[in-house]
Design a protein around this ligand. Structure first.
Ligand SMILES: [Fe+2]
Ligand SMILES: [Fe+2]
Length: 301
């Protein structure tokens, strides 16, 4: 299957998962400034798995901070706060919905990586004094930045798995330094890479608002040719790009050669007002982010 066919199937293929109804409705509800916790709890309770996960998360060390054990949804939501809930609900739900990419696809490490990038991105936004909205965007953008790989593997499970297998072999036998990154190799093989396909999927199929599709599209290259991204969402895009590179650098990655985000533009650090020597101080946050990722993956258990 080549680029044109992939793009065509991306528009109409019914096997690609839709954004779950409960997520869509919750997302809409949570954007309403007049929002009522009771209504949110009512809607979340229509998804039994999600409700259980929200209650468990509210009792996890991260949110409970020594508080009492909660057993119902409304106080659980109150404890976590409505603002945090949107990103949390996405983080708890998305790993459940892409299941058909073949049993060889490293789903677990992919979500572990994505959740860590998500948590670290929102830490970075706080670090640079970004707004709560930017923090939310960075969280969600980090979470879905690699979703294009899931789309590719859903559309052609056997080919993508063969491709990953080839990369695994190549990484063990590699004798020469190869500068090509995952997107370069995907483009050679499929005529499109996971960043581009992810951006289109998030925009056209899931209809997520900007900057989420843009974050996915630019998370590797930042559009090198045009320089750093511009506009109001620039910092959010840069933050996810950097968080992806850092997590990958510390081995929190999903693809066999670990070259995901091997390179990041150093100028991106400067552009958001941080310097590379701050990285060490930020490492504690990477560790925390991984802890949050693991708590989320286990649904708070
Ligand atoms: Fe990626
Ligand atoms: Fe990534």
């Amino acid at each position: 299957m080549k680029r044109e066919e992939i793009l065509q199937r991306l528009q109409g293929d019914v096997s690609l998962p839709a954004l779950p109804e409960v997520l869509l409705r919750l997302d809409k509800m949570l954007k309403d400034p007049e929002i009522d916790v009771k209504e949110v709890a009512q809607l979340a309770s229509t998804d039994a798995v999600l409700s259980g996960q929200i209650i468990r998360m509210s009792n996890s060390a991260y949110y409970a901070r020594g508080g009492t054990q909660l057993t119902s949804l409304q106080p659980a939501i109150q404890r976590m706060g409505l603002r945090a809930l949107r990103g949390l609900v996405f983080a708890l739900t998305l790993p459940r919905i892409f299941q058909d990419g073949g049993d060889q696809f490293p789903f677990k490490s992919m979500w572990r990586h994505s959740l860590a990038v998500s948590a670290f991105s929102s830490e970075l936004v706080t670090e640079i004094g970004g707004s709560p909205e930017q923090r939310e965007d960075a969280w969600l953008g980090g979470l879905v930045h690699d979703i294009g790989a899931l789309v590719l593997t859903s559309l052609q499970p056997r080919e993508y798995q063969k491709f990953l297998q080839h990369l695994r072999e190549r990484s063990t036998s590699k004798t020469e330094w190869d500068e090509r990154e995952l997107p370069d190799l995907e483009r050679e093989m499929f005529g499109i890479d996971h960043a581009e396909i992810g951006g289109i999927f998030l925009k056209e199929r899931w209809r997520l608002p900007e900057p989420i599709p843009e974050i996915a599209r630019l998370h590797h290259t930042l559009g090198w040719e045009q320089g750093l991204p511009k506009g109001a969402d620039r910092n959010t895009i840069l933050v996810v790009h950097l968080a992806n590179g850092i997590c990958s650098h510390y081995g929190i990655d999903w693809n066999p050669v670990g070259m995901e985000g091997k390179a990041f533009q150093e100028s991106a650090w400067e552009a958001i007002g941080l310097t590379l020597d701050r990285v060490e101080a930020l490492l504690v946050k990477v560790k925390n982010s991984l802890g949050i990722a693991e708590t989320l993956l286990s649904g708070g258990e």
